[in-house]
Design a protein around this ligand. Structure first.
Ligand code: GLU
Length: 457
């Protein structure tokens, strides 16, 4: 049996972190088992789905390197399949039309609440067969097509979740749940089942928020005479306060991460969130080697941004100057500066803080003052530094650093030699070693910045 899995995002928003993790685990499972990984766009909600979101989802998956097999499947193009399946169930008496009004349903709900029963609609229309009116003007009520769920016999719907083990539901508690608003408007659970059956999906791997949909989907499979796939429900991704990660925590859309993070770091991070691999840093190909669906953790994983930043910094360090200039979108960075920057970077956009490598810094002259030193002391120091720089031939092997150390000794204070130079070159309190910066800038620019500082002070 060929393994076939899918990721099924809805284009009602950007691809979020949870979807990206589902996509990754589906991808890992497919690649591990020489199976197929499909992408299905669940765009049945016509009001909320947009092409822009769809494009951004496709783009985000490509960016993460989670390549899918075959064509993208779109639910909006499969209406005829849903209609046929709905007609089949009506013909076989397994689904029926219900036109109970909102008020009637509300009344039923109140009674059930009073009796502390689970809320569901047990429809009287199933027996007296109400017919869906052919004329549009007659369809004044909220018509829905419902699956007839046997209320008389106890029926436990059971499935063996690959990650969580056996899960059971009492089918009677579901009531006669709705599966379509019209023959051309199948509801979510119905469309998913028809699609998964047609696409011959063998394993449905998705977030645990879909566990409660699973018994309904199993009953739909049964009604359609199809065999359900295996289910595997992934744990939720939690925010640091252990609530479900949501928009209010910010940064839940994969697209938000692009300006700061490398896709390899995100994939590595998402992989390790709910799975224990043999090491912290690994490529998705290495994850494939180790991946075993049944070993995915059951409990929710906290989204630890520090860990993500650390992973990102590890991947950033490995970039060549060419790669780094490209991913950071800053072609102006001098090649020689790249390793000085990447050694210190957690987020790509912070490369902006090193802009003194490619433009003269602006700063408050007071910053040049080292601790309690006077402007005269600092001026003297900068003039001495300038002389040393003149003599230096600006090769790493030369004695620039030693000469500056000597100057520090002569001034009785190492800081007085290095601090004003640092500020003159960078305009900042913190930076890589000023000597390393001077080598990157070259003799001419370094001297010019020191001269500017002498004038400023
Ligand atoms: N469209 C659903 C979602 O975005 C996917 C459900 C499924 O994978 O079955 O959560």
């Amino acid at each position: 049996m060929k393994i076939k899995v899918r990721v099924a995002p809805s284009p009602t928003g950007f691809l979020h972190i949870g979807n990206a993790q589902s996509a990754l685990y589906n991808w890992l499972f497919a690649r591990k088992n020489n199976g197929n990984f499909y992408l299905r766009i669940e765009d049945t909600d016509k009001e909320r789905s947009t092409k822009e979101y769809e494009h951004s989802i496709l783009y985000a998956l490509e960016w993460l390197g989670l390549n899918w097999d075959g064509e993208v499947v779109r639910q909006s193009q499969r209406g005829i399949k849903y209609r046929k399946a709905l007609e089949q169930l009506i013909t076989e008496g397994k689904a029926f039309w219900c036109n109970h009004t909102k008020e009637e349903l509300e009344e039923e709900k109140k009674e059930q609440e009073a009796k502390k029963e689970s809320l569901r609609h047990i429809c009287s229309h199933r027996n007296n067969k109400v017919h869906y009116p052919t004329s549009i003007s007659q369809r004044i009520n909220d018509w829905v097509l419902r699956l007839a769920v046997n209320q008389k016999v106890e029926r436990i719907v059971m499935f063996n979740d690959v990650i969580r083990g056996s899960i059971e539901f009492d089918a009677r508690l579901l009531g006669d749940f709705s599966i379509a608003r019209s023959l051309d408007n199948a509801l979510y659970n119905f469309a998913v089942v028809v699609d998964d059956a047609d696409m011959e999906i063998t394993h449905v791997i998705r977030g645990e928020d879909h566990i409660s949909n699973t018994p309904k989907q199993i009953l739909i499979y049964e009604a359609l005479g199809k065999t359900p796939p295996q289910f595997a429900h992934l744990p939720l991704i939690l925010a640091s306060d252990r609530s479900k990660l949501s928009k209010r925590h910010g940064g839940t859309a994969v697209a938000d991460y692009k300006k700061d993070y490398l896709p390899e770091a995100i994939v590595n991070f998402l992989g390790g969130l709910s799975y224990t691999f043999s090491k912290d840093i690994l490529t998705k190909e290495e994850m494939v080697e180790e991946f075993d669906l049944s070993k995915v953790h059951k409990s929710g994983a906290v989204f630890d941004v520090k860990k993500l930043n650390w992973l990102n910094s590890q991947y950033i360090k490995k970039l060549s100057p060419e790669e780094f200039k490209k991913v950071s979108g800053m072609p102006e960075i001098p090649d020689a500066a790249v390793s000085l920057i990447t050694e210190r970077l957690e987020k790509l956009s912070d490369a902006q803080n090193f802009d003194y490598f490619w433009k003269e810094p602006e700063y408050d002259p007071k910053l040049l003052l080292w601790k309690n030193s006077s402007p005269e002391d600092v001026k003297k120091s900068l003039e001495a530094v300038s002389k040393i720089l003149w003599k230096s031939d600006f090769h790493k092997q030369d004695l620039l650093r030693e000469s500056l150390d000597e100057l520090g000794k002569k001034l009785g204070n190492r800081g007085l030699a290095y601090w004003p130079l640092r500020v003159a070159l960078t305009g900042k309190e913190k930076s890589p070693d000023p000597v390393d910066i001077a080598y990157v800038l070259g003799k001419e620019k370094t001297l010019r910045r020191v001269e500017i500082a002498i004038e400023k002070i």
